[in-house]
Design a protein around this ligand. Structure first.
Ligand SMILES: [Zn+2]
Length: 417
């Protein structure tokens, strides 16, 4: 694969916005069916230009105007903001205080750096295929809760391009949620609490909320392969002491004595788990203990940034934006194939442009001539960006289907009278 060089961006970005960016589906997404006439015009876009020049409060009459602007300015990065009371591009002409964010998708930002206290393979901006499992778990846990517990329908999960994932919840009702409602949703979805100074960050007591039970069931599927084998969290006295610090003292002593006699993390975990299950089967003096669940959740449960989700005005990197450091495209995730998703296999702007060159040459040889306008619209289909655009189109089509269904239901209701 051709390596990505940030210095090549001025040359690559015009090709990207002209031949690869899925302008059509993108405009359909943010237009939301044109139900609210000026919805698209009131949306804030922010562009990061060359030399970190950051331009906020961009807005456009329609998706075609946005497309032309992207092809003219070729931003290094695109962020999406809220839908405002007035056109963001005219925000300085309305009087102070009148310009307010009104609606936005409910967004979640899950970043691998927030797991540095529980992963041993990498730290800060680094990721590897081992710790990427944490993102898989995060998507599974949050997505299940969004659908089954909060009743939302239209979620778009996106790889951030470097070390995390974003979620865009796009249901009509959710886009109108107040900051207080958004904060309440994040609190509901938060189990790991406390900063660097807090040793025990998950505390479970009876009665156990179904959200905890179901989240543990998700984590359990990954725990052995990820935490016990991959991270080897009970592999050495130093690492198992970190785990035993989360276990009640009376049981900790027994396990400290038994652990050195066990072969590996898997066997030590069996022992710990067995001890906890005993406290829940036999009514003893100290009552049922869920330290095994607490360890699983502290090591694997998603960490959400409440500030990103709460504020309507908070910007988030757009799907299909380029990550300026890695060159990778922030591509939508196919939840059907989530477990096989490999962040290192995501195309970079360099690899896509290279594919385009190769595909273009082959096509010319086949046809003997080029049909320029037709080619342009379908260019991404000749590259490894195609399956990700397909996932995005399916998401947009599903929203369109449910809008049509909703319209039919309403006209049927009116027909009854
Ligand atoms: Zn790692």
């Amino acid at each position: 694969m051709v390596p990505f060089e940030p210095s090549a961006l001025p040359e690559l970005l015009p090709v990207f916005y002209r031949r690869l960016f899925p302008h059509g589906a993108y405009g359909r997404w943010l237009g939301y069916g044109g139900v609210v006439k000026n919805y698209f015009q009131l949306r804030e876009f922010s562009f990061t230009l060359r030399d970190d020049v950051y331009v906020r409060f961009q807005s456009f009459d329609n998706p075609q105007e946005l497309e032309r602007e992207l092809q003219k300015t070729n931003p290094y990065k695109i962020d999406i903001g809220a839908v405002y009371s007035h056109r963001p591009s005219q925000h300085s002409t309305v009087h102070l205080g009148a310009f307010q964010p009104q609606e936005k998708e409910l967004v979640f930002d899950i970043d691998m750096t927030d797991y540095d206290d529980v992963r041993t393979c990498c730290s800060s901006a680094e990721i590897c295929s081992k710790c990427w499992t944490l993102m898989t778990i995060a998507v599974r846990v949050i997505d299940r809760a969004l659908v089954e517990d909060l009743g939302v329908r239209h979620r778009l999960w996106v790889y951030s391009g470097r070390r995390g994932v974003h979620c865009w919840v796009c249901d009509d009702a959710v886009r109108r949620w107040s900051p207080a409602l958004r904060a309440a949703a994040v609190e509901y979805l938060t189990l790991v609490k406390g900063g660097a100074e807090t040793v025990k960050k998950v505390n479970i007591s009876e009665p156990i909320h179904p959200f905890i039970r179901r989240s543990v069931a998700v984590v359990e599927k990954f725990f052995e392969a990820y935490a016990l084998v991959g991270q080897d969290i009970l592999g050495s006295p130093e690492s198992w002491e970190k785990v035993l610090a989360l276990v009640p003292e009376d049981i900790r002593g027994t396990l400290q004595g038994e652990f050195p006699r066990k072969k590996d993390s898997v066997q030590r975990w069996e022992l710990l788990k067995g001890q906890m299950e005993r406290t829940r089967r036999v009514s003893g003096k100290s009552g049922p203990c869920y330290a095994d669940w607490e360890v699983m959740l502290q090591y694997c449960f998603p960490r959400l940034d409440i500030n990103v989700s709460k504020g309507l005005g908070h910007l988030l990197k757009s799907p299909f934006s380029v990550h300026p450091k890695t060159g990778r495209i922030s591509v939508p995730l196919d939840l059907q194939k989530l477990d096989q998703f490999d962040p290192f296999a995501v195309p970079t702007i360099t690899s896509l442009c290279h594919e385009l060159d190769t595909a273009g040459d082959e096509a010319e040889q086949e046809d003997g001539r080029e049909t320029e306008p037709k080619r342009r619209a379908r260019d991404y289909k000749r590259t490894s960006l195609a399956p990700y655009v397909r996932v995005f189109e399916q998401f947009v089509e599903e929203m369109e289907r449910s809008r049509r269904g909703e319209r039919l239901r309403r006209s049927d209701l009116q027909g009854d009278f």
